[in-house]
Write a protein that binds this ligand. Structure first.
Ligand code: PEP
Ligand code: MN
Length: 308
């Protein structure tokens, strides 16, 4: 019988299906050969995957200088460390706003200069990787691109950390395989993002798979963040899902915020206004304390069932 590491045993205890499947994502998994317990993703002066809970916030799409700069200032004042805004938008309808392109990237750079926030923005095509890497601190791969292997491979050499969103119909194993493609292509700085998956439920835009966080944190050494905005699809649910993410041990959040959500060119229904975002951040504090305590307890709790 093969000798499993304690980490493999932990995963086995969670679900036998995970046993022995690490070979297809060994660079991003906790395995015998790869004993790292966590990867710290360094973005300017921010460390993701360490002791800080890092909130990335901003509009779904960069729409104008005024909209972006006001949002950047508001989210920074409320405690966000990174500004997230799309300049190239993957939209389900070809008639919807597709983003400002390079103009949007320039505005993101301006917002970073004004506030010091690091920039996260989406890249949809391998052809845009070099250009976007000149402006972005973190390259976001959206749910629709998780299996775009040409893009993933190109991101292996982009010199920037990658925020990899889970495909809306992808299993966690498939997510980890995509992370492996980026790591194999030379870039180990990857942040995984649970953003809700498609299920039969229609009350929310997607179903937040909250179990994805502890599963991914057990089998992988990569940081894991949660996007409650795209999971909920409805603004009023975002704070509750954010709190859930904090207590299950996520390393941070990605939250959509807009000065006037009702007038947003995309994803207004799920965007918080400035006051709502501030309130969400304040309300998160006690939950973050629980998370810190949970982090300290986790190894012992796992070991109770995981070792003999
Ligand atoms: C977004 O982050 O605005 C976005 C389009 O997200 P997703 O790829 O998760 O749908
Ligand atoms: Mn969006």
């Amino acid at each position: 019988m093969p000798r499993h590491s304690q980490l493999t045993k932990m995963a086995t205890l969670m679900n036998p299906k995970w046993n022995g499947q690490f070979s297809c994502f060994d660079l991003v998994a906790k395995t015998d050969a790869n004993k790292r317990t966590r990867t710290l993703v360094q973005v300017r002066d921010i460390e993701i995957g360490g002791s800080d809970f890092v909130v990335m916030a901003g509009p779904c799409a960069v729409e104008s200088e005024d909209q972006l700069l006001r949002t950047a200032e508001a989210v920074a004042a409320a405690g966000a460390r990174m500004l997230r805004g799309g300049a190239y938008k993957p939209r389900s309808s070809p008639y919807a706003f597709q983003g400002l392109g390079v103009e949007g990237l320039k505005l993101l750079r301006k917002a970073r200069e004004a506030t010091g926030l690091a920039i996260v923005t989406e890249v949809m095509s391998e052809e845009d990787v070099e250009l976007i890497a000149e402006y972005a601190d973190v390259m976001q791969v959206g749910t629709r691109s998780m299996e775009n292997y040409a893009l993933l491979e190109k991101l292996g050499g982009c010199g920037r950390p990658v925020l990899l969103k889970r495909g809306m119909t992808a299993t966690l194993e498939e997510l980890l395989r995509s992370a492996q493609v980026i790591a194999m292509a030379g870039n180990p700085q990857i942040i995984l993002c649970e953003r809700g998956i498609r299920t039969f439920e229609t009350a929310t835009r997607n179903t937040l798979d909250i179990a994805a966080v502890p599963v991914l944190k057990t089998v992988s050494h990569l940081p894991v963040i949660v996007d409650p905005s795209h999971a909920a699809g409805i603004r009023c649910l975002v704070p509750a899902l954010a709190r859930a993410a904090a207590v299950v041990g996520a390393d941070g959040l990605l939250v959509e915020v807009h000065p006037h959500p009702e007038a947003a060119l995309s994803d207004g229904n799920q965007s918080l206004n400035f006051g709502e975002f501030r309130e969400m951040m304040d309300d998160l504090q006690p939950y973050l304390e629980i998370q810190q305590a949970a982090r300290q307890f986790r190894p012992r709790l796992v070991a109770v069932g995981g070792t003999d």
